[in-house]
Design a protein around this ligand. Structure first.
Ligand SMILES: Cc1ncc(C[n+]2csc(CCOP(=O)(O)OP(=O)(O)O)c2C)c(N)n1
Ligand code: SF4
Length: 283
């Protein structure tokens, strides 16, 4: 039987009160709840405060370049589709530096889970605006206010008919754990945009600010309906919906590769003769 202890406990470099703590705890609980053992799981991140989360879990971990978690995660999943692959990073890392990879992962419908710790700011580099910071927000790097409109990852994902699109809030721990379990169990690309406070550099979107606004989607909400999902993805302001916004069953990227039907590539022997032939053709 797998337990929380199997996933380890580590000292972190985060500020006390940061939303990253409850996300980390929810990820561990979700994996234990799904009965997944640490060796069956790979967590891939980029760079940032959120990207440190996989450092604090005893499982397989790959820390890539800023914005590059998804290409690494995609390669790993193709090499070994038996691994549960989770890409986990901040809003800047995923929607800014990694923006095109975000679009490619949705199009491909690669069977992995993307957890975005969305604190609406660049935390590690001390408070510059990220793609999700609201227009007009004054920061140390944008003293006259952010001049661009915020990126809405959920609306983009729903517009592209992504497999599984959800929003969570780090202050609703059990709800978040449940969503992570649903996302990991979904066959295809799953996005959870997780709203989290950054107590040091985002003094507007605080825990209390989110608590006042976030509400769970009602039981009769149907995530299979595209048009209502698009409307729900656009809802932001005094009321912010959390839950599974859109769900769409379509074949995953790996399903298109007959070679993977014979089992994971990592488990196959290497035909040295063929390798020599291929290398020889480039000589
Ligand atoms: C290509 C590149 N650009 C910029 C940086 C500098 N950098 C490192 S972390 C970071 C911001 C991280 O913000 P976010 O992804 O939102 O995560 P958070 O720290 O808020 O959790 C930046 C700009 C970098 N390492 N590489
Ligand atoms: S700076 Fe913000 S995001 Fe980084 S650890 Fe502190 S509270 Fe968390």
């Amino acid at each position: 039987m797998v337990t929380l202890e199997d996933y380890g406990t580590f000292e972190t470099a985060w500020c006390p009160g940061c939303g990253n703590f409850s996300i980390l705890s929810a990820v561990k609980k979700a994996l234990v709840g799904l009965g997944l053992k640490p060796h069956q799981v790979l967590l891939v991140s980029g760079i940032g405060q959120a990207a440190k989360a996989p450092h604090y879990i005893r499982a397989n971990v790959f820390n890539g370049l800023h914005g590059r978690a998804l290409p690494v995660a995609t390669g790993a999943k193709l090499a070994n589709p038996e691994l549960t692959v989770i890409a986990e990073s901040g809003d800047g890392c995923t929607y800014g530096e990694g923006g095109n990879h975000f679009l490619a992962a949705i199009r491909r419908n690669i069977n992995l889970t993307l957890l975005v710790h969305n604190n609406q700011i660049y935390g590690l580099t001390k408070g510059q605006a990220s793609p999700t910071t609201e227009e007009g927000r004054i920061t140390k790097a944008q003293p006259q206010g952010v001049p661009s409109a915020p990126f809405n990852p959920l609306a983009v994902a729903v517009a592209m008919q992504a497999g599984f699109v959800a929003r969570a809030f780090s202050g609703m721990a059990d709800h978040l754990t449940d969503l992570i379990q649903q996302a990991v169990s979904h066959h295809g690309f799953s996005l959870i945009d997780i709203l989290q406070p950054c107590i040091s550099f985002n003094l507007v979107n605080t825990l209390a600010w989110y608590k006042k606004r976030c509400y769970a989607l009602p039981d009769d909400y149907d995530p299979a309906q595209w048009e209502p999902a698009m409307k729900t993805a656009m809802e932001w302001g005094e009321r912010i919906p959390v839950g599974v916004i859109y769900r769409n069953k379509r074949p995953s990227f790996e399903d298109h590769f007959p070679v993977l039907k014979q089992g994971p590539l990592v488990g196959r022997g290497v035909d040295q003769k063929k390798v020599k032939q291929i290398l020889g053709s480039y000589a």
